[in-house]
Design a protein around this ligand. Sequence first.
Ligand code: NAD
Length: 388
Amino acid sequence: MCTQKDDDPSGIGSTETIRIFNDMIETTPQVKNEQIFEAMSDMDHEQLVFCHDESTGLRAIIAIHNTTLGPAMGGTRMWNYASEAEAIKDVLRLSRGMTLKNAIAGLNIGGGKAVIIGDARKQKNEAMMRRFGRFVDTLGGRYWTAEDVNMSTRDMEYIRMETAYVTGIPESMGGSGDPSPVTAYGVYMGMKASAKKVYGTDNLKDKKVMVQGAGNVGTYLIGYLNKEGAKVMVSDIFEDKLDRVIKSHTVTVVDPAEVYDADMDIYAPCALGATLNDETIPQLKCAIVAGGANNQLDNEGKHGNQLKEQGIVYAPDFLINSGGITNVYYEQQGNYNRERVMTQTELIYDVCLEVINHSEKNNITTHEAAMQLALKRIEMIGKVKLPY
Ligand code: NAD
């Protein structure tokens, strides 16, 4: 449970708006069908849209969490969920996360997300993507989509054939292309800000950094770290991913099973979520956690506190991986400019320092401090405009 102080001297966080986020996300029970409104009410979602098409096999759910700052925006994930309840839980959590991310990144968009239930390798095709695009179109711009797990720029092209409310389309089509380099730059900024706090300097030369996941974000991050002279370790479950990184970067490969207790100063989760949990946190000997993966804390309250108690500075994921959404936001605005995007992403450094200082001052976790900052912005802007 997050503690909210009304006499907070920083002015970050207070009042009723924050009530809706006060319960940190736990490793929650499944959402049963008869409890959907209850789940929406718990996290204060605006709208949940179920999309079905027999001929293409499409089964999708679009969640619009909060449109105070503008139309909801967040990617579409295709995943072979074990149950519908699991898919609902995921889309509710992910869309709430987008509200926080978009707010703290200073963007004028709300939080939304979509999930498509199914095996992307077997079921995804042009017809299904276009049918999904038509459903997105019916929302008239209340929800804008983009790529997420198992979706590509090619899929965005198909969706674009049916709706204008899509971003992350290829540069050749006038879009902003792959957002990963920008995401990695933001993660690098968050890591440097954390280092400034811990070591008194943001220079990462000779710092031992463990990058978990040699995918898009991880690889671009390694590029920045190599340039600065950090000692980079990398881990991945696929040999081909590691081979690609080894060829073009200076790295030491670590077995996936040996990541958590490795001798490292900084742990950068850039693979999947929930890697900060009961099992892994006690093994960590690092001073900083700063990475690109979404939902790194298995249980936001408990594991955020556990890191704090171990004296580990945690750079909140939804803050430091917000470069990607910043990138597609400018595409959505129709005046895409890479330089502007990078300048805005660079601000993650200052915001991350502000978050760490606020957490220290108020004896709360950095995750909670970042949430308060995001909610303060929603609350302030909410006073001057109605939801989208
Ligand atoms: P990606 O699929 O390109 O890379 C993920 C990598 O992690 C893959 O190489 C995969 O093999 C590896 N991996 C999976 N499980 C692993 C494990 N147990 N140990 C080590 N490696 C493992 O994805 P990405 O685009 O680089 O995104 C990485 C993370 O960042 C994801 O959680 C994603 O949601 C998040 N994120 C990405 C962006 C973006 O712009 N791409 C933006 C915000 C957040």
